[in-house]
Design a protein around this ligand. Structure first.
Ligand SMILES: C[S@@+](CC[C@H](N)C(=O)[O-])C[C@H]1O[C@@H](n2cnc3c(N)ncnc32)[C@H](O)[C@@H]1O
Length: 311
């Protein structure tokens, strides 16, 4: 299998990592291994633990393992990061760098059989790993209100109700089985002016489904809390996110743990107002990819990079 994923904001990620120090590092979203490979080649990595819930990560990892012996992969969800470390040979260590490069890789999006993309016809799957539900089950069995809520909450889709209504109408005739059918229903549910937007009318609904299938926001909230506890003093938590719901969670977590006790929405009650100050924010504002990176790799365009340091 060829690795089609181009690592995003890699130069910026590298710019935060100390060169002269021996490092224990966790790459919590191994993907095609682009970050891991570059970091192993350019930094003094004592040990690298990689995590990815997608079984295809094992293929790319085995390539890297031929060259580097100090690496270990867990084909698991990153919300289990603490349990995985306990199982590893580094159970008593703390970590100098933990990186999350969130979302999906090009190896996932570009494979039509995974069902992530409305650009390619494929089954309605969208599972990154072993989730209990897939997109087909949601689209063909959830009630209308629940569908509308998912599209609104996880896609910020303002036409969520109309889309949900049309899904129900279509599926009573026959099940909706593939990405093309779903994307046509969505296009026919939104006003024509919306279809002329820069983004495809199915973008937000597909994002919402993917987030729901993989429980992505809860995964992130749990993993952030656990990662902070695994960091060594001065250790870095480096997060690249690709959509505003994720970035808000990261921003709120960093603000809260650095003492600002501030949340971007009162509707995000997850963080209590008390607790010790354990992080220092390194990136006052999130870094964005440079124009030349966006030109070379348009998928990088929505990336935001935030870094915090353990006190
Ligand atoms: C953007 S890609 C990472 C690409 C990687 N940095 C590279 O250079 O190849 C995100 C990866 O994170 C994985 N992932 C997303 N959510 C996850 C989770 N909750 N647990 C484990 N892996 C996850 C996906 O399966 C995907 O392979």
């Amino acid at each position: 299998m060829i690795n089609c994923h181009i690592p995003v904001m890699l130069d910026e990620v590298k710019s935060f990592i100390p060169i002269s120090k021996d490092l224990n590092l966790i790459d919590a979203t191994f993907g095609g291994g682009g970050y891991s490979k570059a970091l192993l080649e350019e930094f003094n990595i004592k040990n690298l633990l990689a995590i990815d819930r997608d079984p295809t990560a094992k293929i790319f990892f085995s390539e890297l393992k031929k060259k580097f012996k100090n690496i270990e992969l867990f084909n698991e969800k990153f919300s289990k990061i603490d349990e995985l470390i306990k199982k590893s040979k580094l159970s008593n260590e703390s970590f100098d760098v933990i990186i999350f490069d969130l979302g999906v890789s090009s190896n996932q999006i570009d494979n039509p059989y995974r069902g992530f993309s409305f650009q390619n016809e494929g089954p309605l799957d969208m599972k990154m790993g072993s989730s209990t539900l897939n997109a087909y089950e949601i689209i063909n069995s959830f009630e209308e209100k629940k569908l509308a809520d998912i599209f609104f909450q996880f896609g910020e889709e303002k036409h969520s109700r109309k889309i949900a209504k049309n899904i129900i109408k279509n599926r009573t005739i026959k099940p909706i089985v593939n990405t093309k059918e779903l994307s046509d229903i969505i296009r026919n549910s939104v006003p024509f002016s919306y279809s002329k937007n820069k983004i495809h009318p199915a973008t937000k609904t597909f994002q919402a489904l993917r987030i729901y299938v993989n429980d992505e926001l809860n995964e992130l909230k749990i993993a952030l809390k656990k990662s902070e506890n695994l960091l060594a003093p001065n250790g870095l938590l480096i997060i690249v996110s690709f959509q505003s719901l994720e970035d808000r969670i990261v921003k709120d977590f960093f603000n809260h743990k650095s003492g600002k006790r501030w949340r971007s929405s009162r509707h995000l009650p997850d963080l209590g107002d008390l607790g010790p100050i354990t992080l220092k924010i390194i990136t006052k504002k999130p870094l964005r990819p440079k124009d030349f990176e966006i030109d070379n790799n348009p998928r990088s365009r929505s990336a935001k990079l935030r870094v915090a340091q353990k006190i």
